[in-house]
Design a binder for this molecule. Structure first.
Ligand code: GLA
Length: 717
């Protein structure tokens, strides 16, 4: 039993294999007691606070108790207006015009498994138990149903909240965080994933400030700039040591993560839909569902935290046929041709790709309307007969005849002002009457709060997908939102998007979908629920990718990260790196190619062919195994990653810059059975796990852009 209520002590226990999360009913307030390594029982809150230590300046709404005010009490879902002066999780404007909510415990129930969240992506599965705690405001009827789901074997818990209006008058939600957590200490360091287009998810680790730190997006998408993930760690926490608390929101729109250092040395962490620009009216009887947050505690550093996120996202967020199976190695024509292609060019590329072992030809932007540049035709999902005179069916057939699958790019949420769709429905884009419609990349966004726009997307995309055997879809989204016509709009948009994605992906279960947003501008667990992989970045340079990919795999599994070998000099940064180095970097993701094979010499093609075969041999180990980050590009000139699967141990080393006169770098492996036997098939030598972890393996790091893949077969235990 992983969820347990102790009626003697009024405590709720949520246990995973290695951690416990404990709450207490404190005078009918839901208080936070503990989150950390597994405990069987802990004393009540007042035991840990034998005296009160702060000035009594707070309004006293719990008379006669040590925590005599909600301003002092560590809380699970705080509100504003009756004592707690900190940032509330829930902010409601009541019919009377005030913003006061007073939530008190009403009831709880424990459920096997986990109910789905209406209209939203979320973790799923039957390897879990759920605790539902209902808190309500007696006067207004505003009710918060807090959901805690525990995945005991995966050492993960999730939280979300449903706000119900059980009163007689309408009210308006101005903020409804997915969770709040009052940790009993401060002095943490906060890790967040910062970036920009082509520079996504760079890791930043900042000392916690005494004020509020906010990491957020107001762009209408989770964004390149901040990711809906943060971690709190102790200053001494490393990859394999120390406390790490990780939080990841299963959501693709505007979000906010707040970390506040509080007056009495505690820390309040909250995450949820971005309150800026948010507003949601709740009529009597209506309810609002928040997105879900996935929460991981690790006492063994960031590496263990990441592995727990990887497993839950891989197995309990991603869905469908491709979740656990091998996926095709693809070639995408974007960086090979950009908009300038025709049937002959695509078939020539496909033919060359087939010869070196590629399985799938993806036709990117430019196949529809009259799109020779990025300034027209989005919305007109009809093949451009100038480029493909025999139509898509014929191209698809010819690619299939080569023994390859065929895939296609769409950007369905968009509309170009120069498009037939816009000429017939100028009101379907997001706009405010009387204001100019701000364009981004010469395009506007379809208003997915309008059912007719959603229906159009479903119909037009499905018509193309039904027209020929398409095996893969890249779903792109290339600008951020402006002229939102009302508060709460961006969330309504995301709900519309999720409906469209559910409809299309469930109609085509055999198609592999990859999401994209100018690279990784919507790399979040929400999108991964519908599409099991995301194009990680428009920056395809192998060195740049090391930083982007390490930031991404801090939370997201490498099985979800699209990574391609592209041309040199690289199109984004002009750097030249060897093809084997580029290949190893791409193997640390969903491996593919994106370059004009017609420009490569035979030697490079041969190397590529060998690299593809190598990837295919180890694809399942790479994507189902446990990842250990051994050397970080953020800390030195060599990146090293180890993947441990049931059958093998793979060690990838990418040397960014070399240096002469170096002794071998002894790379110590992790996560092996010390008594286990591991055979290096190249030499036939069998090592004990403790040898590989203790003494390590020697590496030559003298040369720039050198790569190594060392494989050990699990030989015996
Ligand atoms: C975005 C994607 C690219 C490519 C272009 C096409 O930028 O990230 O991979 O598909 O759009 O316009």
């Amino acid at each position: 039993m992983s969820v347990f209520y102790n009626s003697q002590t009024n405590q709720f226990y949520l246990h995973t294999k290695n951690s416990s999360y404990v709450m207490e009913l404190y005078e009918n307030h839901l208080a936070h007691s503990y989150w950390g390594s597994r405990v069987n029982a802990i004393p009540n809150l007042e035991h840990y606070y034998p005296f009160w230590f702060g000035a009594d300046f707070s309004a006293t709404d719990i008379p006669g108790r040590r925590f005599n005010s909600t301003d002092k009490l560590p809380q699970e879902y705080p509100t504003y207006g009756t004592g707690d002066m900190r940032s509330p999780a829930l902010q409601v404007e009541n019919a009377a015009g005030d913003s006061i909510t007073r939530l008190r415990y009403e009831s709880h129930r424990i459920l096997e498994g986990k109910p789905p969240l209406s209209g939203l992506p979320a973790t799923y599965g039957d390897d879990c138990e759920t605790l539902e705690i209902t808190l309500s405001d007696e006067l207004t009827g505003v009710t918060a149903v807090l959901n805690y789901t525990v995945f005991p074997e995966k050492d993960v818990l999730t939280r979300s909240v449903r706000i119900e209006n059980r009163g007689n008058t309408a009210c308006t939600l101005e903020k409804a965080a997915s969770f709040c957590l009052d940790l009993h200490q401060d002095g943490f360091e906060v890790i967040h994933l910062h970036g920009a287009w082509a520079k996504e998810r760079h890791i930043q680790r900042l000392p916690q400030s005494a004020a509020t730190m906010v990491f957020d997006s107001k762009r209408g998408a989770s964004s390149h700039n901040e990711n809906p993930f943060i971690a709190l760690v102790r200053p001494e926490t490393t990859e394999d040591r120390g406390d790490a608390y990780g939080f990841c929101l299963v959501y693709s729109g505007n979000f906010s993560a707040e970390v506040s250092g509080e007056q009495y040395g505690s820390t309040r962490v909250q995450m949820g839909i971005q309150p800026f620009g948010f507003s949601w009216e709740l009529k009597p009887g209506e309810s609002f569902q928040s997105p879900e947050a996935i929460m991981v505690y690790s006492s063994n550093g960031l590496g263990e935290m990441s592995r727990r996120f990887h497993k839950i996202i891989r197995q309990n967020v991603c869905r469908g046929k491709f979740r656990d199976t091998e996926r095709p190695v693809l070639i995408n024509n974007w960086e090979a041709t950009y908009f300038s292609f025709n049937q002959e060019k695509i078939l020539a590329l496909a033919e060359k790709a087939k010869a070196i072992g590629v399985d799938l030809m993806v036709l990117d932007d430019g196949w529809f309307g009259k799109r020779d540049a990025d300034n027209c035709s989005l919305g007109d999902w009809v093949v451009d007969k100038r480029k493909l005179p025999d139509g898509l069916e014929s191209l698809c057939q010819k690619v299939n005849d080569l023994g390859m699958q065929f895939g296609l790019w769409f950007e369905p949420e968009m509309i170009s002002p120069d498009s037939d769709l816009y000429r017939s429905h100028p009101d379907w884009c997001i706009h405010v009457d009387g204001r100019p419609r701000t364009e981004g990349r010469h395009q506007l966004i379809l208003d997915l709060t309008r059912p007719e726009a959603c229906d159009y997307i479903v119909d037009s995309v499905c018509t193309v997908l039904n027209s020929c055997p398409i095996s893969y879809v890249k779903w792109d989204m290339n600008r951020h939102m402006t002229e939102m016509p009302r508060k709460g709009f961006t969330h309504q948009y995301i709900l519309g998007l999720y409906r469209v994605l559910e409809e299309i992906t469930s109609r085509f279960p055999d198609i592999l979908f990859e999401s994209c947003s100018g690279g990784g501008g919507r790399f979040d667990a929400g999108m991964l629920y519908y599409m099991p992989q995301t194009w990680t970045s428009d920056d395809t340079d192998a060195v740049e990718r090391l930083y982007i990919q390490e930031g991404t795999n801090l939370v997201y599994p490498i099985s979800t990260m699209g990574a391609h070998i592209s041309a040199v000099p690289n199109h984004q940064v002009g750097r030249t790196t060897p093809v084997a180095f580029r290949s190893k970097v791409a193997m640390m993701g969903r491996f593919g190619l994106e370059l004009d094979l017609g420009r490569l010499d035979d030697e490079t093609l041969e190397t590529l062919s060998k690299e593809i075969a190598l990837y295919k041999t180890y694809q399942q180990d790479i994507h189902q195994g446990d990842l250990y980050r051994l050397l970080s590009p953020y800390k030195g000139r060599t990146a090293a990653y180890e993947i441990v699967s049931d059958k093998r141990v793979l060690v990838f080393v990418m040397n960014i810059t070399g240096a002469p006169c170096q002794a071998p770098l002894m790379l110590k492996l992790q996560g092996l059975n010390p008594d286990g036997q591991y055979k290096d098939p190249a030499t036939g030598i069998v090592y004990e796990g403790r040898t590989l972890m203790g003494a390590g393996i020697p590496l030559d790091t003298r040369r720039d852009h050198q790569d190594f893949l060392t494989v050990f077969e699990v030989y015996g235990a």
